[in-house]
Design a protein around this ligand. Structure first.
Ligand code: HEM
Ligand SMILES: *[C@@H]1O[C@H](CO)[C@@H](O)[C@H](O)[C@H]1NC(C)=O
Ligand SMILES: *[C@@H]1O[C@H](CO)[C@@H](O)[C@H](O)[C@H]1NC(C)=O
Ligand SMILES: *[C@@H]1O[C@H](CO)[C@@H](O)[C@H](O)[C@H]1NC(C)=O
Length: 505
């Protein structure tokens, strides 16, 4: 008998027992003291009314969240309603008025506090990342400003990655979509983050696993009673092993860059300081010794990858499935691309002029935002909405993005994929620069809302456009038989679907 497997099983049993005990204690204490009793005025949805109904509702929500949100949305559109999460309520806010309240209330509705609950960030991405996320400003400013300058290397990396993973042949070849596009996207982004080390398959595998581990660890930590979390995270958590594994790859390069930065600052003698994320992070870390360690920079890079790779991959995959299901869109996209590139070359300015492609990608992200809910926030103090609804400090709030995006109120034929919906709008006088994918509005929520709207969205949109451009210029492609158009409304990009490619004819 393998004794380590035995120990594992015993630990799991103890943890499970602890979780159940925690639930029971919570349920009993609720009878005497319910911190959220002031949420009583907000109608709940999907909760059976018998004793312990909250937990049944919570279980249903885990399995069936998207459908429950959609039904709740249709019943209460424009008014708040609440659903059961594992051990607390989630209040959903829909309609322009309430969404605008969320956008404006950045101080009293906190993104970080919500992430602490939803993603258990203290244990899954690290305490210091939670309290000093200095990469945020770097992504918002330095990364965004340098997209044009980095354009040639991004393009080079895209070409190299596709050549390695999807050779352009005269016959059709079949590739597993997720397994192929995820490493490509991660490699391309990391070219800008850490340079040529992005080509190391071990490093790529590690960063993509890290993202999945953050999510899965968050799920089980969320239902673990809070007093057990530090211990459980230390025993079973991914953060420490992942950091050590990533440091193996990153230590030599980070040590070198920190040493050079200590010696020369931003002005290296030959002027050959790399223009990449490591340099920008070091710029932001100047005068902050705790940010300038190999360990801290490693974690920061892991967490940038957490925010960047799966999100962007999901977007590309979904766009490809949608394009494969609407092959008549390929021709107009190719024509636009060829004429813009003939005039502008392969530059960021060219990407800005791809109005049809922008519309296509936006419509695609609109029909499949990365989750059924978005813009999750936590009230840091008692908060009242403009319709008079009150929520106490500690309430978790979110916008039902998927339901909102599929509502006819703002989108005619919301359920029908209309690739050039937004480029048609931009043909009107005075509308030329509106309706763009990078611009969040109260009805387009794929990148979130307000001050916390995704700071990486300019990078993400340019990267997506360049990857899609490379694909339509290089290949013909289609979905393998049997995968059909209905994929286009799935919330998660199909992870097992196969795509077929051949050299463009
Ligand atoms: C298509 C790809 C992407 C999508 C759909 C996406 C979506 C989002 C969304 C919905 C949020 C939360 C906003 C809110 O709650 O209001 C967010 C936050 C964030 N995203 Fe993205 N994102 C993408 C790509 C990226 C990339 C490439 C980066 C980095 C290079 C990035 C970095 C971040 C960061 C750091 C935050 C946290 C913002 C904060 O705490 O204020 N994202 N993203
Ligand atoms: C992710 O979790 C898996 C399964 O527990 C583990 O084998 C792997 O090493 C972890 N990787 C990272 C980078 O967190
Ligand atoms: C969306 O719908 C709301 C409510 O009917 C309306 O006030 C708003 O102007 C619409 N926005 C767009 C872009 O159509
Ligand atoms: C994803 O695609 C595979 C392969 O064609 C198919 O068998 C499967 O049903 C699809 N999964 C979902 C959830 O649509």
């Amino acid at each position: 008998m393998d004794s380590s497997a035995d120990t594992g099983r015993v630990s799991t049993a103890i943890l499970t027992a602890a979780v159940l005990l925690g639930f029971a204690v919570l349920q009993i204490s609720r009878q005497f003291f319910d911190p959220h009793s002031s949420l009583d005025a907000i109608p709940s949805f999907g909760i059976p009314s018998y004793p312990f109904g909250f937990y049944v509702g919570s279980w249903n929500f885990i399995r069936n969240g998207r459908a429950i949100l959609k039904q709740g949305y249709l019943k209460y559109r424009g008014q708040p309603f609440k659903v059961a999460l594992a051990n607390q309520w989630l209040v959903l806010l829909s309609g322009q008025r309430l969404i605008e309240d969320v956008r404006k209330a950045d101080d009293s509705l906190s993104f970080a506090d919500a992430a602490k609950v939803m993603f258990q960030t203290e244990y899954t991405i690290g305490y210091e990342q939670l309290h000093d996320p200095f990469q945020m400003n770097v992504i918002r400013t330095a990364l965004t400003r340098n997209i044009a300058a980095c354009f040639p290397v991004i393009r080079e990396e895209i070409a190299a990655a596709f050549k390695d993973l999807i050779p352009a042949k005269d016959e059709w070849i079949c590739v597993p979509a997720m397994k192929t596009i995820l490493p490509i996207v991660t490699r391309v982004s990391n070219r800008v983050f850490i340079g040529l080390l992005c080509r190391d398959p071990d490093y790529i595998k590690l960063t993509t696993q890290y993202t999945l581990n953050v999510s899965s660890n968050a799920q089980w930590l969320h239902v673990t009673p809070s007093f057990l979390r530090p211990l459980a995270a230390r025993l079973f958590g991914h953060l420490e092993p992942a950091t050590r594994a990533a440091m193996k790859h990153l230590r030599p390069i980070l040590q070198h860059r920190i040493a050079m930065d200590d010696k020369y600052g931003p002005d290296w003698p030959e002027g050959d300081r790399p223009n990449d994320m490591i340099s920008w992070l070091l710029d932001e870390a100047r005068g902050h010794p705790t940010r300038r360690t190999v360990r801290r920079l490693t974690r920061t890079l892991l967490n940038i990858n957490f925010a960047a790779s799966h999100t962007t991959t999901h977007g590309i995959l979904h766009a490809l499935y949608t394009l494969a299901a609407n092959l008549e869109c390929v021709q107009p996209l190719r024509e636009e691309l060829e004429s813009v590139v003939a005039a502008e070359g392969w530059t960021k300015q060219a990407m800005d002029q791809l109005v049809k492609m922008d519309s296509f990608l936006k419509e695609s992200s609109q029909t499949a935002p990365t989750g059924a809910i978005g813009s999750v926030r936590m009230a840091t103090k008692d908060f009242s909405f403009s319709d008079g609804t009150m929520v106490p400090a500690g309430t978790l709030l979110a916008v039902p993005v998927f339901a909102e995006h599929h509502d006819e109120v703002n989108y005619s034929n919301a359920e029908v994929f209309d690739p050039f919906r937004f480029s048609r709008m931009r043909e009107q006088d005075g509308e030329e620069n509106k309706h763009q994918m990078v611009t969040p509005t109260l009805e387009y929520l794929s990148f979130g809302l307000g001050r916390h709207a995704c700071p990486g969205r300019f990078f993400a949109v340019n990267e997506q456009k360049l990857i899609l451009s490379h694909i339509i210029m290089t290949y013909d492609f289609k979905l393998r038989d049997g995968v059909d158009e209905w994929i286009a409304v799935l919330i998660k990009a199909n992870t097992t679907a196969q795509l077929m490619f051949r050299k463009r004819r």
